[in-house]
Design a binder for this molecule. Structure first.
Ligand SMILES: [Zn+2]
Ligand SMILES: [Zn+2]
Length: 431
């Protein structure tokens, strides 16, 4: 049984690599995963899954939707592809880019396997040392790149789906494979989690390939991803001629500058593991105009949801006090949010047994306690655990010596994809 499962996925490896490379070639950022979602949906449909997608899966709460021009331009690119089913594509129009495939057989638990599909606004390296360039599957969407491995996750989800469709008789219960949009920026899961599909889940599995970890490592459960809140602050002052009537203007840049300095000081009042970053400021129109508007893009993170909220609330208070002092108005928009979560110990133990007995990863790490990233899957983990189910988030070492995540040279070892899909396949059919 064990070895036949491994050999099934070894045989599938070539096809999984082709899927990953196709997705890698067409990177689409959060809420613009039109081509990827359609590609996934048409395979799931071919394999006999019940499909939920588009408005049938996504609620109206979509945080941080990109500008209409971005949505239009990525949708147009997907329309121009000849390999996509245009009827399925139409369901994603407007940024409804989640897909779930459901397969059921006999009585038993409800299990969700979640993968993500979004890419990043990064220009991919054209270096002759960069494997996607050498093998000719580098990004064809200028300025965008799969630099976090979500292309590999998509291929892993598809590998699992193909296996399940060909071994339906082994299932005992219901399997849901969720291909989520908008993991980067943390807004995708909140838009789908309230769907009835996820109301009574017994087990939820999520995983991430890590390019900064040895490919022999498999982390069976993580605990305490950083809870995060990402928000934009728009400060409105009043424009005026800088020489003729400066007194008639209100310079929005002044409170913006004070906010930047004050938030930096605010950090000292919190434990050292918290993160608060103002990553971007946009302000002003011209040298001789009193600046009427300033926008700050800020994120807060902490090891638990309570501390995150305290930090966020303190930041908002500071921002409001300062803008008031300068007689400006301010508007805060939440654009992304993730909770902290801990894997269910019992389920992580089951993962460990499966990984150990599969003998595909030499270094099976039971638990990782300190994480310095946030993960949108945490929202589903908490949702499932709060309704009595179990959830686990796993990490897969995938280093190809190309550096860490979110940079132009990012790459992974592709053989970890079939190995991971094989582990998930065994977990899918266990009672
Ligand atoms: Zn990422
Ligand atoms: Zn990622």
């Amino acid at each position: 049984m064990m070895s036949s499962l491994s050999s099934y996925f070894q045989d599938l490896q070539e096809e999984m690599i082709q899927w990953r490379r196709l997705v890698h070639k067409h990177p689409e950022p959060a809420w613009c995963e039109f081509g990827t979602a359609t590609f996934v949906a048409q395979l799931l449909k071919k394999w006999g899954f019940e499909i939920h997608m588009g408005k049938d899966l996504i609620g109206e709460e979509r945080m941080n939707l990109p500008a209409q021009e971005s949505l239009d331009s990525f949708y147009k690119q997907a329309m121009e592809r000849h390999d996509l089913d245009k009827e399925l594509l139409a369901k994603t129009e407007g940024g409804y880019t989640a897909v779930a495939g459901v397969m059921e057989h006999g009585d038993g638990p409800v299990k969700v396997f979640r993968v993500d599909m979004d890419a990043l606004p990064i220009t991919e390296s054209q270096s002759t040392e960069h494997r996607p360039s050498i093998k000719q599957f580098a990004s064809t969407h200028a300025g965008f790149m799969h630099a976090c491995g979500h292309d590999a996750h998509t291929a892993i989800g598809l590998g699992l789906a193909k296996y399940i469709s060909e071994h339906k008789e082994l299932l005992q219960g219901k399997i849901i494979i969720l291909f989520q949009p908008a993991e980067e920026g943390l807004g995708g899961m909140a838009a789908v989690v309230k769907h009835p599909l996820f109301s009574q889940v017994d087990e939820a599995y999520g995983c991430h390939v890590w390019a900064n970890r040895d490919p022999q490592e498999f982390i069976c459960g993580t605990y305490g991803q950083l809870a995060s809140k990402k928000f934009d602050v728009k400060i409105t002052g009043k424009a005026s001629h800088a020489a003729l009537a400066p007194e008639k203007g209100i310079n929005a840049m002044l409170p913006a500058a004070e906010i930047i300095l004050s938030l930096e000081q605010l950090k000292a009042e919190f434990p050292s593991h918290i993160r608060l970053n103002i990553g971007q400021m946009q302000a002003g129109t011209a040298r001789n105009i009193i600046c009427p508007e300033a926008i700050l893009k800020i994120e807060t993170r902490a090891g638990d949801t309570l501390t995150r909220d305290k930090l966020y609330n303190a930041a908002i208070r500071t921002i409001e006090e300062i803008t008031r002092k300068y007689a400006c108005s301010c508007k805060v928009s939440l654009v992304g949010e993730a909770e902290s979560a801990a894997s269910s110990k019992e389920l992580a133990k089951k993962v460990k047994q499966t990984v150990t007995s599969a003998s595909l990863f030499a270094n099976c790490i039971e638990a990782e306690l300190h994480n310095t990233y946030s993960e949108d899957f945490c929202t589903l983990m908490n949702h499932v655990q709060q309704s009595g189910g179990q959830a686990v988030f796993m990490g897969i070492g995938a280093s190809n010596n190309a550096g860490t995540h979110h940079q132009p040279h990012f790459d992974i070892r592709e053989e970890v994809m079939w190995k991971t899909a094989r582990i998930l396949a065994e977990l899918s059919s266990q009672k």
